[in-house]
Design a protein around this ligand. Structure first.
Ligand SMILES: C[S@@+](CC[C@H](N)C(=O)[O-])C[C@H]1O[C@@H](n2cnc3c(N)ncnc32)[C@H](O)[C@@H]1O
Length: 334
């Protein structure tokens, strides 16, 4: 057996950075094949049995587990993987890893070319909208839905539209729980609507949840929008920007949904004032991906200014610690 390499602290730091990138991709794969859930529910996974059951290639499953062990996500003992010291937090935040590597991976491979001015207009920039909707479903369930549910407790509504609905998880959950509620999910990407369509079908809610493929920035009034009394919009508000578009788009919602009594909007803003080396989970990935795409991200202060000019008035606000710089605002017609 050859001796374990001895690394200086600088080499260790660099190896950890590299291994973190490798582990991020491995976390996404492990989640998608069901390995994270299996670790969470059973506490010990015999990899050959797991690979056979899931129809997965055992040598690759083993190497994914090895990559996870490099960041203590699992403890690997021969063919048996167990949750490591980092597992619980990785399991809670798996949506961020999936968003980064599975949903936005090609953004990073294209980035070196796209940074050149001559190439900025090369299109299309490829993201996997289905994977992003799955990632956001997990992020929203864990971090945005609990304060959102508290906010909902104080208001009455019969028909909800979710703008940029992604997986439709939010409206499917609401309709399942609330008798007589109906819902419409609007999204512009086919990948997200495919994930949403499966959810609506699986829950047998096709008679109460409809899905519309449309651009939220350019909606026109429709008969089925006339009696909508609640609008929700999560993790896409930054697509309303720059500022003049944001105020205009929010104002237009008043015309398209004339009876909307509440607009609940939750999103992540651009960071301010973080010392280098202190960035939390997600923030830098979120900002780098949107920078490659040329998408402006407003700060929390900029959101406040835009809202003041939007035709809506903020009556309730929550801040969210993870993702950092995130918020939920409840707006009512001004
Ligand atoms: C980050 S995902 C969030 C999905 C969902 N709201 C959630 O909370 O899980 C953003 C979604 O907004 C959609 N989207 C972005 N721009 C849009 C637009 N202009 N019109 C409609 N949908 C849009 C994307 O396709 C994507 O599904």
């Amino acid at each position: 057996m050859s001796p374990e390499p001895q690394l200086t602290s600088e080499e260790r730091y660099c190896a950890d950075t590299f291994n973190g990138a490798v582990a991020a991709a491995a976390i996404s794969a492990a989640w998608e094949i069901g390995l994270l859930e299996e670790l969470d529910s059973t506490g010990a996974v015999i990899l050959p049995d797991f690979a056979a059951k899931q129809g997965c290639h055992l040598p690759l499953v083993h190497t994914i587990a090895l990559a996870l062990s490099g960041r203590t996500v699992v403890d690997l003992d021969g063919d048996v993987a167990r949750p490591g010291s980092g597992f619980a937090e990785v399991f809670r935040t798996k949506g961020f890893f999936y968003w980064l590597t599975r949903g936005s991976g090609e953004i990073f491979t294209q980035m070196p070319g796209l940074v050149r001015d001559d190439n900025r207009n090369v299109r299309p920039l490829r993201r996997d909208s289905g994977a992003i909707s799955v990632a956001c479903r997990s992020i929203a369930r864990t971090f945005f839905d609990p304060p959102f549910e508290e906010m909902l407790a104080g208001i009455r509504f019969r028909k909800v539209v979710d703008l940029g609905c992604g997986s439709a998880d939010r409206i499917v959950g609401l309709v399942r729980r609330i008798d007589g509620l109906s819902a419409i999910g609007i999204d512009v990407t086919a990948g997200a609507l495919a994930v949403a369509g499966y959810a609506v079908h699986d829950e047998g809610l096709a008679d109460r949840v409809s899905l519309v493929r449309d651009d939220v920035l350019n909606l026109s009034p429709r008969d089925e929008y006339r009696d909508v009394d609640l609008l929700t919009c999560f993790l896409m508000g930054h697509d309303f920007w720059p500022a003049e578009n944001c105020a205009k788009t929010l104002g237009r919602m008043r015309e398209v949904f004339p009876r909307a009594e509440n607009l609940i909007i939750g999103d992540t803003a651009r960071s301010t004032g973080v010392a280098a080396g202190n960035y939390p989970m997600f923030t830098l990935g979120f900002e780098l991906v949107h920078s490659v795409m040329g998408q402006y991200l407003p700060t929390l202060d900029e959101w406040e200014v835009a809202l003041a000019d939007s035709g809506w008035r903020c009556v309730e606000r929550r801040t969210i610690d993870l993702p950092a710089f995130s918020f939920i605002y409840r707006l009512v017609p001004a």
